[in-house]
Structure formats: structure tokens, C-alpha cells
Design a binder for this molecule. Structure first.
Ligand code: CA
Length: 519
């Protein structure tokens, strides 16, 4: 007899239930999770911030950029206006994201390269992926990792680094350092966007000669379709997708797709760089059309992943998060440094969460910090009880489920900047120097910079972000003593709580209102 396919599948499901494998049944109800975080994607580079329902939620004009897929994704998501990257630099951000701990605890205070043995993801930390793995998830990592101290462990060239540059930046992550990820398609850091390379689960190298976000989206779709039986379809999956663009370089069609570049190439630079704090006469301004083209290309690659989820019927039970490790100044503040600063273009990142049927789409000003992401994601996944004790971030899942949730919302987000400390005779970095600490609140941004020798204040930034959203007017500390004291009190409290070096070394203590708790 010929039975319809759905009858057969339904019958099999019934048999499984009769097998009374209750644990397995519960497991299959856990949501899948996809965390997508392209590199250097600023919150301002989302087209929908200019649309009705969004534009009155922010006090900036969005970049003139096309992000059609993210626009419709936003309509289905909880969208945060004020997500902050506390240490807006690749490796420190990723360390905090993976561990839920600030940069002084994650093991990653500086960008990872082979001259910095003191900056490498702690092997003993229980990372987000470890928790998901222990909860019965299949865990998959795609793209840029930039979290390991590179060692001479090239699988194809034993005893050598994966690149010949000194110091080496790119790295191979062996299985014992993958923190629960049982599917791997990744590299350390490498910036040839149309000539990327990846090491897979078994350490084989792939050089696909394709624009990397496009290639990674195809790999993700193949994983979702379970081509080659790469995952256990009876398990939920946790996936991180770390696209490198819109990371620099942005100089030529080697960096982005021509179909995206044509959208921007004929627009005058001062019509692309519309922020009043931008300078279209800087050399870097030439990068703007390539940056925005990269954004549009990432939007399309993201859309491909969403399409596959829908085709496969996985969209309803999958939490999808779109964010970034930090932003890009793109000539704002006349800075050549795209990141690493407390300016809003650097610290404010996209944060959109879609969980159909569970989250009601809306815009929220929750000021989530990087270490809050892990506990919040675990909370959204029903794993709030499994958040490791060491985690310093907060679980804000209740705010996502209910805007009125009775929970203390963050009053601010800490800003961190570290630089190289002492070197040994071989030039290896032995310590880091916490050159700046600051705080971002809904109203203000403040950052204090100290002198390396005296550890006294060398420079300060203070902006009234409400009245000066483009941070054009640096307010003198001594003319704003009350505001500074309030901000310093909040900053001292937070730095004490996270046991930051400024608190343990009592840097600037009792100056400007900075007080640390007794330990
Ligand atoms: Ca980065």
C-alpha cells in the first residue's frame, strides 16, 4: 500500500514517543540558536533607522546604506538601540562574548597575535558553546575566531605558524581549544576578503576564492540542510557565524561584490558620509563606498541564511541574533582608527533578536554590554539555570520576553582600552596596560586616559549624547564636576564589581568622584 509521506513520518514520530524517550523529546523542543556577528558593522549602518517606527527611537540619522533583509528582519525582532561593545576591538570583544566575563577575566585583554602570549581565550573558562554542548546541542562555528594565541601548529606545515608574517596573527584552533564546538569551519584572522582560508573540523584547509560572507552563508546553508550528515538532526544546534566584512580593507573590488559597489560608487563622498562629525576630505573617505557595499553584501548573505531556515521549516524554533564585535568610525572624529575608541560609531553595535512566537517585535533601549550576551542568550534558550557562576554579565532575557519585566536595567556600560605592557628580551608582551576606562550611559559618554608612568589623568572625553549625539563638543571635566562625579561613582562601582585592574590598583582613586569598594 502507498501511504503518504507525512503519514509515515507522523507514524515514526509516534513510535519514538511510545519509546518514552522523554528526555530526547524535551531536547528536541529546545530552540536552535544562530548568533551572526560580522566584524566592524556599526549600528548606524542599518537602513531601517530612517524608517517609521524606528527613526523616533534614535537621535542619529542612519547611514545612506541599503540593508533590505535586515530591514524586514527588524520588523520581526526585538531591536536594541543602545547595545555597546565595551572593549571595541576584535579579540577582547570575542573573549567577553564567549565567556560572559570582562577582558580582565576572559584571558583576552588585547588583540591576539604571536607576540602576545598573555592574550588567549582561557582554556578553563566555561564558554557559551560549552554550556550549549553540555545541554545536548550540536555546536558549529563559521568564520573568523581571533581568540587564540597563535602557536606553530599549522596542520599542513607541522612546526610552523599558519602564516609567515611576524608576529603571526592568523591561527589554527585545534579540537581541544574549540570549547564544545563539534563542527568547525574557521580561521584566526585574515583580511583578503576574496581569498579567505578556513580549517575544518578535521584540520583540513580550504581556500575557496570567493567573497567570504558569500562562502560562509553557503556553508551555513549546507549545515542547516545537513548535507554530508554534519549534524545530528535530533539535536538542537547552536551556531556562531563570524563574517569578516564589513571589516577593512575597503579599497577595491577585491574587498566587496561589484553588484553592491555599483549602488554607492557614483554618490559623492560627502553624501555618503553624512554624519556631522565625519570628514569627507580624509584619505579614508575613499573607503566609504566599499564599506557600505560590504554592508549590503553582508545583508544579502544574512538573508540567504534566513531563507534556508524558512525553507527547512526551522525558522519558528530558531533564535536568530544579529550583532557585531564593534563599529567603524569611517572618518568620524577625524580618526584613522576604525574602532577601539568610546565614540558611538565604535561602541554602538547592532543587536536584533528574532524568536518567533516568543518575542514580540519592538524597539528597546536596553543598554546591553558584551558580557551580558552569553547569559541573556542562555536565558532566552531556557538555560538560565546553566549560566556558570564565573559569568559577570547579566541575564536580560526577561526584558526580551517582556518590556515591563521587573528587573534592574543597566544604568551604563563600561568602556575599556588596553595597550601592550612590558616586553621580555624576545619582544614578547608580558602584561597589558589599562590605558583608558570610561562609562557610557543613556545620557553621557565619558572616558579617562592615564599616563603610563604616573598613572595620572592625561586626557579625557566627556560628551552629552542627548544634546550632542554626534559628540562634537568635548566637555571639560572641571566645568562639569557634578556630572563627572556621578559618572565616576557609577564607573567605580562597576569596575569594583568586575575586579578590573583600575579598581584593584586603585587608579585615580578619590579623584573626580571615583571610589572603589573595599575588597
Ligand atoms: Ca573586529
Amino acid at each position: 500500500m502507498n501511504l503518504p509521506l507525512n503519514y509515515l513520518i507522523g507514524g515514526l514520530g509516534l513510535l519514538a514517543l511510545q519509546g518514552c524517550d522523554v528526555a530526547k523529546e524535551q531536547q528536541s523542543q529546545k530552540p536552535n540558536v544562530i548568533y551572526i556577528f560580522p566584524d566592524q558593522f556599526r549600528n548606524q549602518a542599518l537602513e531601517f533607522w530612517g524608517d517609521e517606527g524606528y527613526r523616533d527611537q534614535v537621535n542619529f540619522k542612519p547611514d545612506p546604506v541599503r540593508t533590505p533583509r535586515l530591514n524586514s528582519f527588524a520588523d520581526e525582532s526585538v531591536v536594541l538601540t543602545a547595545a555597546q561593545s565595551n572593549c571595541p576591538l576584535s579579540s577582547p570583544h570575542r573573549g567577553m562574548l564567549f565567556t560572559g566575563m570582562y577582558a580582565n577575566k576572559s584571558g583576552v585583554p588585547l588583540n591576539c597575535n604571536s607576540s602576545r602570549p598573555i592574550s588567549s581565550l582561557r582554556e578553563d573558562a566555561e564558554c557559551m558553546s560549552d554550556v550549549y554542548s553540555n545541554a545536548g546541542y550540536d555546536c558549529a562555528y563559521f568564520g573568523k575566531l581571533h581568540l587564540d594565541f597563535p602557536t606553530p601548529n599549522d596542520p599542513q606545515r607541522p612546526g610552523q605558524y599558519v602564516e609567515d608574517r611576524v608576529p603571526a596573527w592568523d591561527a589554527y584552533t585545534p579540537p581541544e581549544r574549540r570549547h564544545g564546538f563539534n563542527y568547525w569551519y574557521s580561521y584566526g584572522t585574515f583580511d583578503e576578503h576574496k581569498n579567505p582560508r578556513y580549517w575544518d573540523t578535521d584540520g583540513f584547509r580550504h581556500d575557496p576564492r570567493e567573497w567570504s560572507p558569500q562562502h560562509e552563508a553557503d556553508k551555513v546553508v549546507a549545515y542547516l540542510r545537513n548535507e554530508g550528515n554534519v549534524r545530528d538532526a535530533s539535536k538542537p544546534f547552536f551556531m556562531m557565524v563570524a563574517m569578516n566584512p564589513p571589516h577593512s580593507p575597503y579599497r577595491s573590488l577585491d574587498d566587496c561584490m561589484e553588484e553592491d559597489f555599483v549602488l554607492y560608487k557614483d554618490i559623492p563622498l560627502d553624501s555618503l558620509l553624512i554624519r556631522p562629525n565625519a570628514d569627507a576630505t580624509m584619505n579614508k573617505a575613499q573607503c566609504a563606498p566599499y564599506y557600505f557595499a560590504s554592508i549590503t553584501g553582508v545583508d544579502r548573505a544574512f538573508g540567504q541564511i534566513l531563507d534556508a531556515l524558512q525553507e527547512l521549516g526551522l525558522d519558528k524554533n530558531t533564535i536568530v541574533v544579529f550583532s557585531s564585535d564593534h563599529g567603524e568610525t569611517m572618518t568620524s572624529q577625524r580618526s584613522d582608527d576604525p574602532k577601539n575608541s568610546p565614540y558611538s560609531e565604535s561602541m554602538n553595535v547592532p543587536f536584533l533578536v528574532r524568536y518567533p512566537g516568543q518575542l514580540t517585535p519592538r524597539v528597546d533601549d536596553l543598554m546591553i554590554s558584551t558580557p551580558d550576551v552569553m547569559p541573556t542568550l542562555l536565558g532566552l534558550s531556557g538555560l538560565g539555570e546553566s549560566i556558570p557562576d564565573e559569568v559577570q554579565g547579566y541575564n536580560y532575557a526577561p526584558v526580551f520576553f517582556d518590556a515591563e519585566a521587573e528587573i534592574d536595567r543597566p544604568q551604563g556600560a563600561i568602556y575599556l582600552q588596553n595597550v601592550n605592557g612590558d616586553k621580555d628580551e624576545n619582544g614578547m608582551i608580558q602584561s597589558y596596560f589599562p590605558v583608558s576606562r570610561g562609562i557610557k550611559t543613556h545620557r553621557y559618554t565619558m572616558a579617562l586616559y592615564i599616563d603610563r608612568n604616573t598613572k595620572q589623568l592625561k586626557r579625557s572625553l566627556l560628551f552629552d549624547d542627548l544634546n550632542d549625539p554626534y559628540q562634537l563638543n568635548n566637555l571639560p571635566l572641571d566645568e562639569n564636576k557634578e556630572i563627572v562625579a556621578e559618572l565616576c561613582a557609577l564607573m567605580g562601582q562597576e569596575l569594583s564589581r568586575i575586579e578590573d585592574p583600575w579598581a584593584t590598583e586603585r587608579i585615580l582613586e578619590n579623584q573626580y568622584g571615583l571610589v572603589y569598594s573595599a575588597d
